[in-house]
Design a protein around this ligand. Sequence first.
Ligand SMILES: C=CC1=C(C)c2cc3[nH]c(cc4nc(cc5[nH]c(cc1n2)c(C)c5CCC(=O)O)C(CCC(=O)O)=C4C)c(C)c3C=C
Ligand SMILES: [Fe+2]
Length: 433
Amino acid sequence: MTDEDSTTGPRTVSRRRLLGAAGVGGAAGIALGVGGYALADARSNSAATQGGSGSGRAALTSLGADAVPFHGTHQAGIVEPMQSTLHATAFDLTAGTGRPGLVSLMKRWSAAAGAMAEGRKPPGLTDDQVALDAGPSSLTVTFGFGASVFAKAGLTAQLPSQLAPLPPFPEDRLDRARCDGDLWVQVCADDPLVAYHAMRTLQRLAAGQAAPRWQMTGFSRAPGATPKPMTARNLMGQIDGTNNPKPGSSGFDTTVFVPGNATAAGQPSWMAGGSYAVFRRIRMLLDTWDQQSLDLQQRTVGRRKDNGAPLSGGPGSTETTTVDLDAFNSDGSLAIPGDAHIRVAAAASNQGAAMLRRGYSYHDGYRPDGAPDAGLLFIAFQADPMNGFVPVQRKLARGDALSRFLVHESSGLYAVPGGASAAGYVGQALLES
Ligand SMILES: C=CC1=C(C)c2cc3[nH]c(cc4nc(cc5[nH]c(cc1n2)c(C)c5CCC(=O)O)C(CCC(=O)O)=C4C)c(C)c3C=C
Ligand SMILES: [Fe+2]
């Protein structure tokens, strides 16, 4: 189970994360290799060993010791199982930062992200010691380029057509100050201090060259909270993520990643091994949602709330039971209603359009009317947004029962280049083109 790459070598992922990745895919997920990763025990290659014998430091727990390599064919933070904490931040280049400044920033950011992913102190600044006692805690850092950065860095000729602005969708209520951005950074970790430290470090390293435009924090399930790894629930109480494309399954790579021969796929060569991230802050109208009957809530999504089984499944069906969009109830009505979220969003309803969703919940206090300012930081990765998010969201905006309980407040689209080799940096193929 190796993902050999001539430039970067095999990527390894820890045993705990591999088992976590199985989730719904179960044993099949492991057999298929969860993205082709080699099975390795992080305790042998991470911060857990740094104390060494005689150092007086106790070994870290498995959670803290788990490490996800920063270097690889693809950037980390896409196919790995979700960690419990997210910091998403968009940066704008400061005036006068052209291509040389961006090169130096991406070099510093990549070096710091690579070190922190191994539980080492980031080079290039005096560490604030916020994460000093913790291991890497499965930290991943994922970098993306917004369309606006290309002109600023003199790279207009390299702008992918896939980065064209997302179309406006009916009912969007976007706050432009919290949309877009020249650069996008997704930091995820299983420890909140480790995640904060990584994001803060990257912000400090950007000083003078890029400044935060917006920042959002999200959360998901903490590892070990459930007796076995399970698909997490969102703040509406639904099991969310079941029918995601499974790493290693047929079509997964072509759905999520730009192929190695990118130009043959109509993409710039520097996007080989890359992906496109769609980011949407979607507020949930939870006071309204929580007043609905269980029956209505289930029919709105098309799945049971308790175990995530599709409404087309009979007795004994589970989350993994195959969805049957053609099934009928005994009264002749569709088992999965015509406007149910999973029917409208399904690839089968959208000429095969699909994406890998990796969203996090957020809760930012209460609004003036007392309602929670809470919802989903929706993140989806795909090889081409026109074959992923765009057609699906167009359809959802027209006829999805769930949309009545949602408000899209912020939006961004970012080109996420392929991963860096240990000697290189993220975006090198673009910035040195
Ligand atoms: C444009 C893409 C999508 C947006 C935006 C979106 C928002 C959104 N979704 C949920 C909750 C669930 N979504 C589920 C499935 C699902 N959602 C999308 C796409 C978008 N969702 C897809 C492609 C799918 C899979 C459809 C299928 O083929 O079955 C589910 C069911 C469980 C699952 O498969 O994940 C839930 C629950 C919320 C709450 C939300 C916005 C806040
Ligand atoms: Fe959804």
